[in-house]
Write a protein that binds this ligand. Structure first.
Ligand code: ZN
Ligand code: ZN
Ligand code: FE
Length: 762
């Protein structure tokens, strides 16, 4: 409890207000800010956290109370987000001071903030040789530092975080209790005398003797070695990003063939030296969440090709902890920082586990003794057609809550899909989406899925009574949902969930034409969908059109081997023996064509598989080493000077069918006449976008909505999205697109809870 002596003058004008402030107002310096505002205005009363809100009682002259309210709404601390201020006049009680009271535990939902990159004030201290926190890797304050990754339960107080083992020294305690200090009530505050410390552990038998862990770690990196580094939400693996041999070493030890690595650079200038950074890219790079931002490499970019083989983009991020700042400065070169795991496993975040799993990959481990409570991968964003778009929403954004446009009647859990998995919890108008969990088919990921549900439920005190799941009978998430006892289950069609996620991202409830393009999702007819035109609102959805349905020879194998879809299309054109170089490279070509023609093959309307077919046909990629690789590389081949477009037929057999095979056939013709891949890529992308516009136009003409929601992972494609948005807007449509919520399956859990909430109200 803190007291200061601000006395109120006597006067007949004295009023007292009880104020609730809703939003992200805990763990962000809100109470000190309120205290300061009251002190500045000479008001008395108190402030404390109550559940998700901050509660205030404030007393003084009426006009100053108005000023006080303006300050709450107009100039809150940088990390706070004020959603609502509720004011109730009450009887004055005549105190003499303004107090900050301890948190009151209440049985109502609470708001836990996300992790925030080191602020400028803290960085200045870390770099100041005269400061007591000089060179200290765990410096933080109310405006920055760990939150979600260290909190065990609510309320957000030090005892409920992984900092509970560290007792504040006198100097830190004084700052923590000083209302005018930047560290007033900063729960993880610490210093070299009382806080966590770094250690460098050699994993090779004869490492050099210890001295400063950061200098030693830097020396190892400069020798080309692989270093494991304990970060905020897990362990990273680090190597010099501009050393081809160091990056190759990491790739081979991690068993990761092509999937690009992220690169950390010390500041914005360094980022601009490597990549083309537009204004949106600048905002994204410097966002306090510090996501990985996908950017186009400059022609002279010194980053090793092995960082992202076959790609013209690189994911850059800026340092977000003092440890990163210190390490980057000590090394003086850009560093690969990729998740600490072997390919496809979840990121390691527990010390013993990291030591065991990274032993064969890293040469040394730079670790520390502040435990990570929950694994949280780096977030990934991209600027698409003039706006930011989330690709992976995790560290820095989770668990910031989102507003459901239709509130739940009963608390809801959404268990997500299978790949790029997340889970979501919702109560009332508030939804919380978990950190990135990953591919549920891995045993360890499945454990992390269960932990996420339990942990989020505890942090936000939400006990689901309704559980929403995908319709796919074989997804492990579906199996989990159907095994929960005492709840009502709501099965949500995959692409309806994608459309709903886009509606929530835009705060909308109206009926739209949802264009959901992705790799796969279980359709209501039991086939694999993925090129869908749904007329949908949050509660219901009708399939009004789709891409042409073709055989899917060998489900998962078809996803890994794009050439199979090229074979399907060639066979479909009646030209299965077409003498393409592709056919010559695939010994099992004839078997796949035979399989495609049999009853054993599945059927799909997937847009992702259409991209695969054309990309494989023109020689971009026969086999994908990660999900979506062929389509990603195909997009990068687009020649921006080409304006032409293929044309896909549109016919109506009760539902509208876009003949994707026309696009494939046009590409084949162009290939045979020697048109280069860049032009073919452009004409294909343009043709598919134009088909989206034409199909939406037809649905509208039949009485459909005038709003289109573009969703599904395929709409991360810049060329496709840009042309579709331009075409749709040119036809008078309003276009909704994703921003904060990924269009890929990372957004499915949120879409599921939104659908279940709307459904539960009907
Ligand atoms: Zn700070
Ligand atoms: Zn201290
Ligand atoms: Fe999907």
């Amino acid at each position: 409890m803190t007291e200061t002596g601000t006395t109120v003058e006597d006067g007949s004008n004295t009023r007292r207000h009880r104020i609730y402030v809703r939003g992200t107002v805990q763990g962000v310096g809100f109470r000190p800010f309120v205290h300061q505002a009251a002190a500045d205005l000479g008001l008395v009363g108190w402030v404390r956290n109550e559940g998700s809100s901050v509660a205030i009682e404030v007393e003084g002259p009426g006009e100053r109370l108005a000023d006080f309210r303006n300050a709450l709404e107009g100039s809150p601390p940088p990390l706070a987000e004020v959603l609502e201020v509720l004011v109730t006049p009450i009887e004055p009680v005549g105190e003499t001071v303004f107090q900050v009271l301890a948190s009151e535990r209440r049985d109502e939902p609470v708001q836990v903030a996300s992790d925030i990159a080191t602020c400028a004030d803290c960085l200045a201290e870390v770099l100041d040789p005269d400061d007591r926190r000089h060179g200290y890797a765990f410096t933080n304050c109310t405006n920055c530092g760990p939150r979600f990754t260290i909190v065990d339960q609510v309320p957000y107080d030090r005892t409920n975080t992984t900092m509970s083992a560290f007792t504040m020294c006198e100097a830190c305690r004084a700052e923590y209790e000083d209302t005018s200090n930047r560290r007033f009530h900063a729960q993880p505050t610490c210093c070299p005398d009382c806080g966590p410390s770094l250690t460098l552990t050699d994993l090779s038998p004869d490492g050099p003797p210890p001295n400063d862990p950061i200098d030693r770690a830097a020396a190892r990196l400069l020798d080309g070695e692989v270093l494991a580094v304990k970060g905020l939400g897990g362990y990273h693996l680090a190597v010099l990003a501009d050393s081809e041999s160091a990056v190759e070493r990491l790739r081979s030890r991690k068993h990761r063939e092509d999937k690009p690595f992220a690169v950390m650079v010390p500041d914005l200038d360094a980022a601009q030296g490597l990549c083309e950074v537009d204004a949106i890219g600048e905002d994204l790079l410097t966002d306090p969440a510090r996501p990985i931002v996908l950017l186009r490499r400059r022609p002279d970019c010194p980053i090793a090709d092995a960082v992202g083989p076959h790609t013209t983009e690189v994911g850059l991020m800026l340092p977000y902890t003092p440890l990163h700042h210190l390490l980057l400065r000590a090394v003086g070169r850009p560093l690969v920082l990729t998740s600490g795991n072997a390919s496809d496993e979840p990121i390691a975040y527990r010390d013993d586990d990291a030591r065991r799993r990274l032993a064969g990959i890293a040469d040394a481990i730079l670790s520390h003794d502040r435990p990570i409570r929950i694994r949280t991968d780096d977030s990934v964003v991209r600027s698409v057609a003039g706006q930011p778009m989330a690709i992976r929403r995790s560290r820095g954004f989770v668990p910031d809550s989102l507003r459901l446009p239709v509130p739940t009647r009963r608390p809801v859990l959404g268990v997500g899909a299978e790949l790029k998995s997340t889970v979501a919890l919702a109560d009332g108008d508030r939804a919380v989406v978990s950190h990135h969990i990953g591919d549920l088919r891995h045993l360890e990921t499945h454990g992390s899925f269960l932990e996420a549900i339990e942990h989020l439920g505890r942090l936000f005190q939400i006990e689901p009574q309704v559980v929403a799941h995908d319709l796919h009978p074989d997804y492990l998430s579906t199996a989990h949902a159907t095994g929960i006892e005492g709840v009502d289950l709501v099965g949500v069609q995959h692409h309806h969930a994608h459309v709903a996620a886009c509606l929530v991202d835009n705060g909308r409830t109206d009926e739209v034409i949802g264009v959901a393009f992705d790799g796969t999702g279980h359709g209501t007819d039991g086939t694999s969908w993925g090129g869908e035109f749904l007329v949908a609102d949050l509660a219901a959805s009708t399939r009004r059109g789709h891409l042409e349905v073709l055989p899917l020879p060998g489900g998962d194998a078809a996803m890994r081997e794009p050439w199979r879809m090229a074979a399907v299309h060639l066979a479909h054109l009646g030209d299965p023996m077409a003498e393409t170089p592709l056919r010559g490279r695939q010994p099992s070509w004839d078997d796949v064509v035979a399989l495609a023609g049999s009853d054993l093959a599945g059927r799909t309307s997937s847009a992702g598989r259409l991209f695969d077919a054309v990309a494989a046909l023109v020689g971009v990629r026969d086999v994908a080493n990660y999900e979506g690789q062929a389509a990603i590389e195909f997009e990068q081949r687009v020649d921006p000077s080409e304006t032409g477009a293929y044309r896909a037929g549109l016919f109506d057999d009760g539902t509208l069918v876009v003949r994707g095979s026309d696009l494939f056939a046009a590409a084949l013709d162009d290939l045979r006449t020697g048109i280069d891949v860049g032009r073919i890529a452009a004409r294909f992308h343009h043709g598919l976008a134009d088909a989206v516009v034409e199909t939406c136009d037809r649905i509208r003409a039949d009485g459909g909505p005038e709003v289109v929601a573009l969703t599904g992972g395929v709409f991360l494609n810049r060329v496709l999205l840009t042309r579709a948005v331009e075409g749709l807007e040119g036809c008078g449509f309003e276009v909704l697109r994703h921003r904060e919520i990924p269009p890929n399956d990372g957004g499915i859990s949120l879409g599921q809870v939104a659908v279940a909430a709307a459904f539960d109200r009907r």
